[in-house]
Design a protein around this ligand. Structure first.
Ligand code: ADP
Length: 483
């Protein structure tokens, strides 16, 4: 069975968030049962030399859409430690100039053009490579055009006639909405797709709606999120559409790559550790990270970390609401994040004006791992959370998550004081409830017996891809009828 993955970001080549981790790791687990090709844009910042990314011979291709023909080239390498081909689509107008996966302040119309061009190029290059996929697995709005193209322009193309599609919602908040004329730019058959059973949504083109309607299966990244998005509270104006396709909606929990996130081998750490040595190992890392951030190291004082994109979804408002209370707790905080300026400024202010909160504003994967390893607790007060990988990574590194029980956080964390608890939960989106959960964690910290039992439980919870990969495989088999 041939599966084509398409995504805006793929770890380790490019990463802004969890989407990259998923597309860079799920295929590894599927490799033995399927033949996979991953397509992603060749963003300007991707290090071609480091990853051995080479241009394919005679790969130049001109595609006509929008205002004028556009030139594309195709680059390739293997996904590290696998035999999986990753194809990078190069275009000097849409992708080469940028230093970030999602550059800030782009004209929104241009963002649509970028991913329309990418999707068209995916369809054409896959055909040129004779990669006749049985399933196209598209992810989030950036690649949501693929199920639409498959249903319209390529519907009568023999090459694609048997191909099925899966659309995966990593985050429903970003749907890809623009005016109707964008369909002309995309050369897309308006007569087929622009209606309420296609991509028309409140008189606009909505790529995600189109993909939801046309894909053979729609996947949400955790069982709880797949139920939450059917309600108006979490549905982002798409709940009505989603309620209508429940028969093909699945909730499959994400995993993380246990070979990439491994405290017993991670070179970023000052001391490696595993479930037998975590007490000393984590202490050494805590000391190092406290020193790095200019906090006085004290083994009796708990350290709480937060690593996140700084956007409304992540519950930073609750931290703002509780900033005075947090300053007076008998605990230290390290925040790592980047995103909205308001939140960045809040973090910088806290760092400069408190004795127990320190911040690094920016994106740094190595530092992130050092913080996961050095911290005792990991705060994730999300307003909504489709799956969340950070809490899984935190547990893998023995840092106990303190989470708001929503989406994947509800599915992956067993809250104290239940049996085998691996973290702390609160339910309402409210600063005082978050504070109570933090206080509960600090109380447990004083009881080393319970604290260590919980850390063991977190370290031994298995969130690798094994279980979820099977569910994907069964789903592919179901829609293609292949073994
Ligand atoms: P989302 O995909 O919504 O951003 P996830 O929890 O699913 O949230 O995944 C976030 C991933 O990005 C985790 O691997 C986390 O460690 C990483 N990450 C987020 N912000 C930063 C940052 N500022 N520096 C380094 N890594 C970060």
């Amino acid at each position: 069975m041939k599966i084509l993955f398409a995504a805006a970001e793929v770890a380790p080549f490019s990463k802004a968030g969890g989407l990259a981790d998923v597309v860079g790791s799920l295929p590894k687990e599927l490799e033995k049962d399927t033949e996979i090709a991953i397509f992603t844009p060749l963003h300007g910042f991707i290090d071609k030399e480091k990853f051995g990314i080479k241009e394919l011979e005679n790969s130049e291709m001109w595609l006509t859409f929008g205002y004028s023909p556009q030139k594309f080239n195709l680059y390739t390498t293997k996904l590290p430690a696998t035999d999986i081909n990753v194809f990078f689509i190069k275009n000097d107008w849409y992708f080469t100039p940028f230093k970030e996966v999602y550059p800030k302040y782009l004209d929104p119309r241009y963002e649509h053009e970028r991913y329309i061009s990418f999707s068209l190029a995916v369809m054409e290059y896959a055909k040129a490579l004779n990669f006749r996929a049985d399933v196209i697995h598209a992810n989030d709005w950036h690649t949501a055009m693929l199920p639409l193209y498959l249903h319209s322009n390529y519907k009568f193309d023999d090459f694609w006639s048997k191909t099925k599609s899966v659309f995966e919602i990593h985050n429903l908040a970003y749907q890809g909405i623009w005016f109707e004329d964008v369909l002309d730019f995309a050369n897309m058959r308006k007569d087929i797709v622009y209606n309420q059973w296609g991509c028309e949504h409140y008189n606009r083109v909505n790529w995600m709606k189109g993909a939801i309607n046309y894909a053979d299966r729609v996947v949400a990244v955790s069982p709880t999120y797949s139920r939450e998005i059917l309600s108006s509270e979490y549905g982002e104006n798409m709940d009505y559409t989603l309620r209508g396709i429940q028969n093909k909606l699945r909730g499959i929990l994400n995993g993380i790559d246990y070979t990439v996130f491994d405290p017993s081998k991670d070179k970023a750490l000052v001391e490696n550790y595993d479930i037998n040595t975590f007490e000393e190992g984590k202490e050494a890392n805590k000391k190092a990270i406290c020193e790095y951030f200019g906090l006085k190291y004290n083994p009796e004082r708990p350290l709480i970390a937060l690593i996140s994109r700084l956007v409304g979804q992540k519950g930073i408002d609750l931290i703002r609401d509780m900033q005075w209370e947090l300053q007076n707790l008998n605990a230290d905080f390290i925040f790592l994040g980047s995103g909205d300026k308001d939140y960045e400024n809040l973090f910088i202010w806290l760092s400069n004006n408190t004795s127990n909160i320190r911040t690094y504003v920016g994106y740094d994967g190595k530092l992130a791992n050092q913080i996961y390893a050095g911290s005792d607790f990991f705060l994730m007060p999300s307003k909504f959370e489709p799956c969340g990988l950070s809490q899984l990574i935190a547990m893998r590194y023995g840092s106990l998550p303190i989470v708001r029980a929503t989406g994947g956080l509800e599915d992956t964390i067993t809250g104290y004081p239940l049996d085998n608890s691996n973290g702390f939960k609160f339910w309402s989106y409210n600063g005082w409830d978050m504070l109570n959960a933090i206080k509960c964690a600090l109380y447990v910290y004083t009881d080393k017996y319970v604290f260590n039992a919980m850390r063991k439980s977190a370290l031994s919870t298995d969130f690798s891809w094994k279980r979820s990969a099977k569910e994907y495989l069964n789903m592919y088999r179901e829609i293609t009828g292949l073994k």
